[in-house]
Design a protein around this ligand. Structure first.
Ligand code: ZN
Length: 141
């Protein structure tokens, strides 16, 4: 049977085929379930983004560890890695927001200065790109 809902992330209409028997199982709260569905586009983005963020956080943790051990020569290697990863993150997020790539070396600088704040820094950049997209698409509308 077909059910209709909206993507929890972007609000796009979704029509999907569900198993009728499974769907009528009284143990499943289908109303709640239906309000938590992502469209394909958002699911793909979220999964790629989460993999990329994990790699950024891991690189930052590695950087902290090396610094604690006094191995400062790893700084350049990790910075180069972070440059590639932050570009990938910005590319993913900009593509998702229908924007041309926005990337700044400042992103890498912030991460290498405060590696323990990696998650907050990444989220701040994601918010920045999202706000930029909102402004640009508002102007065009
Ligand atoms: Zn969506």
């Amino acid at each position: 049977m077909k059910v209709e809902t909206k993507c929890v992330c972007c609000g796009r209409d979704i029509e999907m085929e569900v198993d009728e028997v499974g769907f009528s199982n009284p143990a499943i709260n289908t109303k709640v379930w239906l309000t938590n569905i992502n469209c394909n586009r958002c699911s793909v983005y979220k999964s790629k983004r989460s993999k990329c963020v994990s790699r950024i956080v891991y690189a930052c943790e590695f950087l902290e560890l090396c610094r604690r051990k006094g191995e400062s020569k790893s700084d350049d290697i990790v910075a180069a890695k972070l440059q590639a990863l932050t570009r990938e993150f910005c590319q993913l997020t900009c593509d998702f927001q229908y924007l041309e790539l926005v990337w700044d070396v400042e992103f890498v600088k912030m991460l290498t200065e405060k590696p323990s704040k990696a998650m907050q820094i990444v989220n701040m950049y994601a918010r920045g790109i999202k706000n930029m997209s909102r402004k640009i698409h508002e102007v065009q509308a």
